[in-house]
Design a protein around this ligand. Sequence first.
Ligand code: FES
Ligand code: FES
Length: 155
Amino acid sequence: MISVTFTVNGKTVTVGTSPTRTLLDLLREELGLTGTKEGCGKGECGACTVLLDGKAVTSCLVLAAQLEGREVLTVEGLASDRIGKALQDSCVESGAVQCGYCIPGFLMAARALLQENPHPTLDEIKEGLSGNLCRCTGYAKIFDGVRLAVRRLAK
Ligand code: FES
Ligand code: FES
């Protein structure tokens, strides 16, 4: 067991855990942050995407031992974040949410993209979200949602 202290959505947390436990498990099972979803569990679907020190990562591949002093942002933290809130609202209004299982991961990947590139082209949006899979929407409405957020944030 190790004790690890890190920040989640602006709040400092300390957890006792096996060093090989995943960030995904810690978020969902120790911290009650179930907005982050598990899909494949092996880094291929993007459902578990969160931001780690501002970069999008698949939390199923991040281990507890890597978290000391790091900053994590999850989908629960987006409502109080200007870019994140715009993305959430725009995706809902664009009909991007069907079953919704993939959406937290898409929102986090889009949040990271817009932080780095506030005015992405459609191709850049597709590239930025290429690590995230959706089995329901055909992706077009998700891209529409991100583009609507980009337009709103530019005002
Ligand atoms: S659950 Fe982590 S990438 Fe699929
Ligand atoms: S909305 Fe169902 S998997 Fe994307």
